[in-house]
Design a protein around this ligand. Structure first.
Ligand SMILES: [Zn+2]
Length: 399
């Protein structure tokens, strides 16, 4: 399987301008190829195959209008074509139903004004991590890197990104086999919710990261300031970068939280089950902000790939399984309960059930996992503790 490892890059001013040129060349190659395919389509001609696009590129580099493309590593240009081909494949697979999920649109022209720019070098471009710790990029130079963690093996490609906050990153792809860590841990059902970020079938509740909300406040202040600036002014440009920086900080903090929690969960469990949430549906309601803060789908994706990496079982259960209507102890179904009911006494066996823990156990059961249910029963007083208790431990993912 493939894993991505990202690091900050600190290119020199000279390297920044060669990078800017490379971003521009990749964009032109992408747009030229897209225009050729669109023109063929409009003229009723057949779809231009990938190999033909590649040949066209070689020819156009010999013309005076496109001669400057030769200043950039040819791998970067070929990878821009590969991006376009992949975008078309995703579109065709989406139309034919081969690809599930939301519909994919046709590729669009890349804008010079886009705030995120990227180029990719594959192994045959001979990029190299030098003994000095710098990253050697062909036709760019030796770029300083901040190695926040070790690269576990030889990367197969590197994408160089300039984000909207003006920061540079190297994102390496590493091929790795599953790491087999003995999985003798328990089976864990996970209920993702709004009162807590996640509740586990063993009774642990993980608070929603409140530090994200604080960072969000800063972000909103920056956005308000941006909206007051005059269009086209220099101050507006500065304010835009500030907003982008605030966005980047929120995204970084969220990703870090997701990484810590998903690693801990996968390492400690032999199998995990989560509910497949209708996040897009929820996001349209007024709960939108807290749903986006929670970032469930990114978190579930991490759980999934880390399960494969560590050789754990991963289950996603359908979102229409009524996890809060059934007692996880005796399986008596006593109907839906309004959201404010956090705990209730089961009509069948008389147990006091915590809504979220009950749901987490039911998620595991729906996935066909044998889960210990001792955590689900609670003393009434405990279950009715004030809601404000969540989020008192912003640093630790465990509550
Ligand atoms: Zn019961």
């Amino acid at each position: 399987m493939q894993l991505r490892y990202s690091y900050r890059l600190y290119p020199t001013p000279g390297q920044r301008s060669t990078l800017a040129r490379a971003f521009g060349c990749a964009r032109v190659v992408f747009n030229d190829a897209l225009a050729a395919r669109e023109a063929a389509y409009k003229a009723g001609e057949p779809y231009i195959p990938d190999a033909a696009l590649s040949k066209r590129l070689t020819v156009s580099k010999r013309t005076p209008e496109r001669a400057w493309l030769a200043e950039v590593s040819s791998v970067v240009l070929q990878q821009a074509l590969a991006d376009l081909n992949q975008a078309y494949r995703n579109f065709f697979d989406s139309v034919s139903g081969k690809r599930k999920g939301p519909k994919v649109a046709l590729p669009r022209f890349r804008s010079r004004k886009a705030h995120r720019q990227a180029i990719r070098f594959t192994a045959n471009a001979r990029f190299k991590v030098l003994a000095s710790g710098k990253l050697r990029l062909p036709r760019i130079g030796d770029v300083p890197v901040r190695w926040s963690r070790d690269l576990p093996s030889q990367p197969s490609s590197v994408t160089v990104i300039r984000d909207s906050a003006g920061r540079y990153f190297a994102s390496f792809v590493i091929q790795t086999g599953p790491v087999t860590v003995p999985g003798s841990g328990p089976v864990t059902g996970i209920d993702l919710g709004l009162t807590h970020f996640a509740v586990l079938s063993d009774g642990r509740k993980i608070a929603s990261p409140q530090f994200l909300r604080r960072a969000g406040k800063k972000l909103r202040r920056a956005q308000r300031s941006l909206s007051r600036k005059q269009k086209g002014s220099q101050n507006r440009d500065k304010a835009r970068v500030k907003v982008a920086r605030a966005h980047a900080r929120v995204a970084d903090a969220r990703r870090e939280f997701h990484h810590q929690l998903s690693t801990a969960l996968i390492r400690d469990s032999q199998a995990v089950a989560v509910e497949d949430l209708a996040v897009t549906g929820l996001a349209r309601t007024r709960m939108a902000r807290s749903v986006h803060d929670a970032g469930w789908s990114a978190f579930v994706a991490m759980l999934e790939y880390k399960s494969r990496l560590y050789g754990r079982r991963f289950h996603r259960i359908g979102r229409f399984t009524p996890t809060s209507q059934t007692c996880c102890l005796c399986e008596v179904k006593d109907g839906p309960k309004p959201l404010h009911v956090r705990a209730w006494r089961c009509q069948g066996c008389g147990a006091w059930l915590d809504r979220d823990i009950n749901a987490a156990v039911n998620v595991a059961k729906a996935a066909g996992l044998a889960v210990t249910v001792c955590g689900a029963q609670v003393r009434p007083g405990l279950a009715l503790a004030p809601r404000g208790e969540a989020g008192t431990h912003p640093k630790s993912p465990w509550k």
